[in-house]
Design a protein around this ligand. Structure first.
Ligand SMILES: Nc1ncnc2c1ncn2[C@@H]1O[C@H](COP(=O)(O)OP(=O)(O)O)[C@@H](O)[C@H]1O
Ligand SMILES: [Mg+2]
Length: 404
């Protein structure tokens, strides 16, 4: 063993040595982490001290740079996309000429976005009911209006040919279906919570965007809720806020003329044989039907399914469903009078020969219906909060759906 090697340890079949150089290296390595931490700490403290001495100045600079950034971005996009300077007013008048959706117009091939006008005020043009098939552009149109108002109020130019914007206190939106499964809320419950929030908090100076409310439940419930919501908003003694209301229930177009300030608009489509062409242009008037089957066809649903749905649609007009519902409840009332609720076997649909048995699936439902009706009869309405009522309704609907 070289003479400068120092014995460290004797093992069963080996001996370990070290040299002074190795020892020194060991110390350097072991101590370096401590040194690193110390150094970092010193430098960090220095930096914090430096910053805290100048914190106001730095924050002011950051604020100024942020403002510059926002204003530069707004003017950059305004110039690039041809925005105009809106005229603001306090009379609540929103008049947009050839408005565009600032995001959608950039996502689709340049020049293909179809611009649309908007007119809302506090007098005769408070509510616009917008009908039209799926994919027609209803949501885009409503959101573009909300965005233009928002952009104008934050001081930006807006995507339009000209715009007069009445200042609003808030913009309320109920848009798109979203489930909050984690907190145990169904789509419909979320939707109704949002509607409740809007109806409670909106003022006559608000702008409300309602996109297809009443979608998450049965047609009749949904239509009834949507109808009642429009009545509530349209009544200036209750709310009277400016509202854009898109709906697939073309029945709601009947509200024009019945309620003050309500007007129908629809998004034009061109029928071309079995196909439809979306023109994306908003025009006065209501859609006469929903074009669901045509849209399903465009989306590539198999032809056999399309043909069959046309067949079914032909036998099932809305009126017919309504009549059958009425038949169903009348038969029940008679049975109740005669005291033979559960013994009833004859079904209204049994009586319509050669027709589609639309209500056959209701037979189990009939048996359980009594239970649901009983629960409803026993509800203590006087001591229920609106939320309790919603919850009970939701629960009952669950039951009904289970058996329907
Ligand atoms: N004004 C428009 N010009 C061009 N394309 C549009 C326009 N409005 C909508 N679109 C296109 O149509 C699609 C569907 O529009 P959307 O507003 O979701 O329809 P709806 O709500 O009626 O079902 C959009 O994603 C967009 O690509
Ligand atoms: Mg939509």
């Amino acid at each position: 063993m070289p003479s400068d090697y120092i014995r460290k340890q004797t093992l069963a079949n080996a001996e370990r040595f070290y040299t002074p150089e190795l020892k020194e290296l060991e110390n350097t390595i072991l101590g370096s982490e401590d040194k690193l931490n110390h150094l970092e700490n010193v430098m960090y403290t220095q930096l914090v001290r430096l910053l805290s001495d100048n914190v106001e100045r730095i924050q002011r600079t950051a604020g100024a740079i942020a403002s510059c950034d926002v204003l530069c971005s707004l003017s950059f996009v305004a110039q690039k996309q041809g925005y105009v300077r809106p005229k603001m007013n306090t009379e609540g008048r929103i008049r947009i000429e050839e408005g565009r959706h600032p995001v959608v117009e950039m996502m689709i091939p340049s020049g293909s976005f179809v611009s649309n006008d908007t007119l809302l005020d506090d007098q005769d043009n408070r509510i616009a009911i917008i009908t039209g098939p799926n994919m027609a552009g209803k949501s885009t149109y409503m959101r573009q209006t909300a965005l233009i108002v928002l952009m104008a109020q934050l001081g930006s130019f807006v995507p339009a040919r000209s715009a007069e914007i009445g200042i609003v206190d808030r913009i309320f939106t109920r848009v798109g279906a979203s489930d909050d499964l984690a907190s145990g809320q169904s789509t419909f419950m979320v939707e109704m919570n949002e509607v409740a929030n809007i109806l409670k908090n909106a003022t006559p100076q608000s702008l409300i965007i309602l996109d297809e409310i009443g979608r998450g439940t049965s047609t009749f419930d949904g239509l009834s809720i949507a109808w009642a919501v429009v009545e509530h908003i349209a009544d200036p003694s209750i709310l009277g806020a400016k509202t854009l209301f898109a709906t697939h229930y073309h029945e709601l177009t009947e509200l024009e003329g019945r309620l003050p300030g309500v007007h129908n608009y629809c998004i034009a489509v061109k029928e071309n044989g079995e196909d439809i062409v979306f023109l994306r242009k908003i025009v006065k008037g209501g859609a006469d039907r929903s074009y669901g089957i045509e849209v399903a066809r465009l989306a590539g649903v198999p032809q056999s399914v399309i043909d069959r749905s046309r067949e079914i649609a032909a036998t099932l007009s809305d009126d017919e469903i309504r009549n059958r519902m009425r038949d169903l409840s009348e038969t029940e009332q008679e049975d109740e009078k005669e005291g033979k609720r559960s013994s009833r076997k004859k079904h209204p649909s049994d009586q319509i020969e050669g027709q589609l048995s639309f209500f056959d699936s209701f037979s189990t439902y009939d048996l359980k219906k009594e239970e649901v009706l009983k629960t409803i009869a026993e509800l203590d309405m006087d001591h229920m909060s609106p939320l309790d009522a919603m919850n009970r309704l939701y629960e009952l609907q669950g039951k009904v759906r289970e058996f329907a």
